[in-house]
Design a protein around this ligand. Sequence first.
Ligand SMILES: [Zn+2]
Length: 185
Amino acid sequence: MAGIELSPEQLEKFIGLLVNYIEEQRKHYRPAAAPLPPSQRTGLAKFFPAAIMDTRVLKLEGERVPNPEFLSVLKIMGIGPLLDPSSLPAVTFVDVIVFQVPYTPEMLFHELVHAEQFRQLGTQKFMQHYVKGFLASGRFEDILLERHGFELARRYAQQPQEAFSVAAAVQAWIEQQYRAASTKH
Ligand SMILES: [Zn+2]
């Protein structure tokens, strides 16, 4: 435990603030974002459902996504470590991917897995999983939604011709999480 202990009520409020942040950023960036690069569309369509192929992508130049205001407040209060969206290579806001660095096909694939996780879980549940994973250790790598994204993107990068269903993989992952949660007392 990395020093953040939240009551269930605090956790719920915290997640509510994050959901608002995600929705605000999605609205802000969507108009400037473009459809998936035509050069990669055909390849990606073998892995993702049609809805995910409508995801839009934006590469920021000379700016970073803003951090949620409440993160700054928590930092001033000495609560942390916290995950700064502005420090990540990319952030997916539901169906809008914002890259903050030049990106590879593998990185795009990883973010599209997040888009599929958002699609299946909904923003509220996505953020619940995300925050719980982070609070458990304070480490980005321990967020299970991230681990699954990295795992599937690696599989794609190693064999881009070997199509598999990301939707089925994410669905199986979600079912496994709920089975694991229900076997805990
Ligand atoms: Zn990620």
